[in-house]
Design a protein around this ligand. Structure first.
Ligand code: UMA
Length: 442
């Protein structure tokens, strides 16, 4: 009987436990640094009470673990993980299990920012074409919950963590949206992070769709191979995807399509996101009318740059989903008018220096907040008004007052993780919107 060790019992670990127990013939152990997670897990119907809990790294001495399944949030240097691997355990991930058991087409989508939008639109395109689509992965729905045979296409948003733990994973089609810097609290170096995001693309079964306008993508894929479908909004391509005026063009061998795409007033929905998702649809033989329809009806996910309120001429943008400086920079450049920006939360060891110029030139003020807001502020040379206010709830009020006083817009784009004050960026988004609503109607 094989012994499996799951490290971390959040969404992923729980679904892996459920899968292993369903399959049977294995002994399942779990480890979690947080006793509350174990307590919660033990109450899970069908799985709680059916696994054995390890309390510390020494407990491993009593076992011969065959497979260790780390949850994505568990870093590679975690002592229980390194000890299990040093003792000869094989590393396994939900993504690798999923690929082995899923009978349909797998589309993998990764990048530093924008992958949720590209995944969402890609899913919509396949759905409108009549396919039964599973949209999951880092987006929030664990993969192994989709192995019930009813899906034909899996559109997976993939994080660098998931990809790092899945060195054999092969998608049919892979998409790289962009490549910047993130998660240096997990990855030991930028190269480590980049390698996780890039290496799987050398193993795709069919094609890889690359945004070659992005310097990070171009660095790793400087020249085209027959597997590449290269997308650029800056130049016309002989083969691949490009944009001219209000049209996206796609050419693959003798196949050609022209899709209507008018820039939307909705900032944050970038033409490049649409072009990448549409490229996947095009490569999988979906007609242009269906792609056009999916684009027109698409709405970006909650917390992703959008106007959530307005007071007089002041527009209020929520971009709580911006959890790294790269995302915040995109938001600053996407908002058409000057704005007061809110930055802060839990910094993932990332530098905000690349934002300095954009802040000084495009913004009217910055309110920093949260655990790392002060150190981020102290690192920047700002020529515009800036202040640090520890609690986000107070910071929102201050930022709103400043925006109203200066008659500019307000942009909530923290550039940091939310876990210092909230359970997720979605909760942070909800609280932001509630405070704004209460302030405006007061
Ligand atoms: N844990 C430890 N030790 C550690 C780290 C975590 O014991 O060092 C335990 C925690 O106590 C907790 C459990 O591990 O009980 C949590 O595991 P997890 O952090 O992997 O979280 P899951 O609930 O399994 O959620 C994961 C993804 N989380 C992360 O990558 C951090 C979710 O992405 C994903 O939606 C989910 O799987 C389903 O696939 C979230 C995320 O923040 C949205 N992703 C990062 C991002 O988008 O920036 C990559």
């Amino acid at each position: 009987m094989g012994e499996y060790l799951i490290i971390g019992v959040g969404k992923t670990g729980t679904s892996v436990a459920r899968y292993l127990l369903r399959r049977g013939g294995v002994r399942v152990f779990l480890y979690d640094d947080d006793p509350h997670s174990i307590e919660r897990f033990q109450k899970e119907p069908g799985v709680g009470g059916r696994v054995e809990v390890l309390l510390n790294v020494e407990d491993l001495n009593k076992l011969k673990v065959r497979c260790v399944v780390p949850s994505p949030g568990v870093p590679p240097r975690h002592p229980v993980l390194t000890k299990a691997l040093d003792s000869g355990a094989e590393m396994l991930s939900d993504l690798v299990i999923f690929e082995r058991e899923f009978n349909g087409t797998i589309i993998g989508i990764t990048g530093t920012n924008g992958k949720t939008t590209v995944a969402g639109l890609t899913g919509d395109i396949f759905q409108r074409a009549g396919a039964k689509v599973f949209l999951g992965g880092n987006i929030g729905v664990p993969l192994l919950d989709a192995l019930d045979g009813k899906y034909e296409v899996a559109v997976l948003e993939l994080s660098s963590f998931q990809l790092y733990y899945s060195p054999t994973f092969r998608a049919h089609t892979g998409v790289l949206v962009n490549l910047d810097i993130d998660h240096l609290d997990w990855h030991p170096t930028v190269e480590h992070y980049h390698r996780s995001k890039v290496e799987w693309l050398h193993r795709v079964r069919m094609r890889r769709v690359l945004n070659v306008d992005d310097p990070g993508v171009l660095h790793y894929f400087p020249s085209s191979s027959s597997r590449d479908f290269r997308v650029s909004l800056m130049r016309t391509m002989e083969s691949g995807g490009w944009k001219e005026e209000n049209f996206l063009y796609f050419k693959n061998g003798t196949r050609f399509a022209r899709v209507t795409f008018s820039e939307r007033t909705l900032p944050g929905f970038y033409a490049v996101d649409a072009a990448l998702a549409a490229s996947v649809g095009f490569l999988h033989g979906i007609g242009k009318e269906i792609i056009e329809e999916a684009i027109v009806h698409f709405r970006p996910a909650e917390g992703r740059l959008r106007i959530v309120n307005r007071v007089g001429a002041v527009h209020i943008y929520d971009d709580s989903k911006a959890t790294n400086p790269h995302a915040t920079l995109h938001a600053i450049l996407a908002v058409p008018r000057k704005c007061v920006v809110m930055i802060g939360g839990l910094n993932k060891s990332l530098s905000f220096k690349p934002l300095e110029k954009a802040l000084n030139e495009h913004c009217a003020g910055v309110i920093f907040f949260g655990k790392d807001g002060r150190s981020i502020m102290e690192d920047l040379n700002l020529t515009i008004p800036s202040r640090y206010i520890p609690a986000m709830r107070d910071a929102v009020k201050e930022a709103l007052n400043l925006a109203r006083e200066l008659q500019v817009d307000l942009l909530f784009s923290p550039g940091c993780a939310s876990f210092d004050e909230f359970s997720s960026y979605l909760e942070r988004s909800r609280v932001f919107r509630e405070i704004v609503e209460a302030e405006i109607s007061a």
